[in-house]
Design a protein around this ligand. Sequence first.
Ligand SMILES: Cc1cc2nc3c(=O)[nH]c(=O)nc-3n(C[C@H](O)[C@H](O)[C@H](O)COP(=O)(O)O)c2cc1C
Length: 360
Amino acid sequence: MTLRTPLCDLLGIDLPIVQSGMNRIAGPELVAQVCEAGGLGILAALALPPETVREQIRKVRTLTKRPFGVNLWLIEPGTGAPDVEVLRGAQKQLDVFRGRLGAPAKSAAPTVAPLNIRENIEVILEERVPVFSTALGDPGDEIVSRCHSQGVKVISMVASVEEAAQVERSGVDAVVAQGFEAGGHRSSWTGAEPVGLFALVPRVVDAVKVPVIASGGIGDGRGLAAALALGAQGVLLGTRFLATKESAAPEFWKKAVLAGRESSLTKVLSGLPARAMRNAFVREYEASGAPVLPPFVQRAAAQDVYDAATARGDAELAALYAGQSAGLIHDLPGAGDVVRALAAEAEAALRRAMSWQGSR
Ligand SMILES: Cc1cc2nc3c(=O)[nH]c(=O)nc-3n(C[C@H](O)[C@H](O)[C@H](O)COP(=O)(O)O)c2cc1C
């Protein structure tokens, strides 16, 4: 049996397994291990300075000769000062957490760091990265054709059928369909209602001609087998790769994944809907009724809380993005071992599914 799909030929990989570019987690070592095992590793470049993105791309190239990707969000923070009352209410609740961490109270509007989207796209083009992975936006036909002229493939993550059709019209090479189960931020820019992966994948497969990659809630090879059966040509996993040796996530975050902590969609961590574990920060912020600042501003306001919590190893007040697949993950292997195990488990699951036919 082979798991090879046309997506593998398109991206130049052996197995239809993609590791998500995860902000502050997916660095060159993680990416290279996934690529060496035959999958596609994706470097997280969100908000990194362009010179750091270039350095990391070059570092990946010293570690592997195989194709890899670089991920960027395409959504820009809004401009203008936040509403005074909203700022006061948000800082008041954040001060409760600061007090617990021994950090000073704050009242000023935070500075939102630039995302460097345009500059980082130029780096991706100049470095002729094999795959540009996008989230939270349509790259548009101009960027896509510039990528294609440099030999860069584009894969775009969407959360609805309409968004999939939109990026296909822009000329992307493959679409990542992100289900409700997915850890991290929802990759929707149209405010689409969340849809579970089992309904979303076949709907997107029916709507577009380009290969579809399933993402969200896949923690082992059974999920890969199911995604292929639904018509996807590959899978993209985040939470599973967060809990690996090469992931840059702090130990307490990896342990929270292994403990299978419950997660939910919330805006309180960044101002944008994201799936994260329901620790004290999420539970208490939501229960307080405190207002939430606009996208990116909320994250910038709370960043000192996350940093102080992380420095103390405090899982209750850090931002613990993770998906529903957390309950399926019980070990902390190397990322290459994850890729190999996913493939072996998927083959076994497909064989098992076929052998049930007529077995009564
Ligand atoms: C900790 C974490 C960080 C993430 N960061 C990014 C990111 O920077 N860019 C991106 O496109 N997706 C990001 N994602 C979302 C993934 O691309 C993907 O949709 C999700 O992880 C799939 O669900 P799973 O976590 O159940 O595998 C992140 C996910 C997690 C769990």
